[in-house]
Design a protein around this ligand. Structure first.
Ligand SMILES: [Zn+2]
Length: 121
């Protein structure tokens, strides 16, 4: 299984590290993931036409369905249940890949939030 969402890539010339906005901190806390003190923010400069972003990059997940997964799919388990099983096995899902890319400053946390990642329960 391969899934991908596109997110905007932060302009490397003007991105800035700033304290994490309260809303984003709350969102991450609600997801049960580690909340960093700061995050990369889009600013805007001449090189990105003031947008703060240049181009796009993909956020991915790749996993091999197990026999149990096939069972869940065949029994038409909802996606949340399937994803919970994946998280329990430690599969890196799109949210985590997005968070990693936000941590590195490749994209912003806001973009990860906007991509509508399907989240584990
Ligand atoms: Zn820029």
């Amino acid at each position: 299984m391969v899934a991908q969402r596109l997110v905007r890539r932060l302009c490397p010339h003007c991105r800035e590290r700033r304290p994490l906005p309260e809303r984003e901190a709350q969102w991450l806390a609600a997801m049960g993931v580690a909340v960093p003190d700061d995050s990369w923010q889009a600013v805007g400069c001449e090189r990105c036409d003031g947008l703060g972003y240049r181009g796009r990059t993909g956020v991915f997940e790749v996993w091999q369905p197990s026999a149990d997964d096939h069972g869940l799919i065949l029994r038409q388990a909802d996606e949340t249940r399937l994803r919970s099983a994946l998280v329990e096995r430690g599969e890196v899902l799109m949210l985590q890949d997005g968070l990693d890319k936000a941590e590195e400053g490749i994209t912003s946390l806001r973009e990860v939030l906007r991509m509508g990642a399907i989240l584990p329960a």
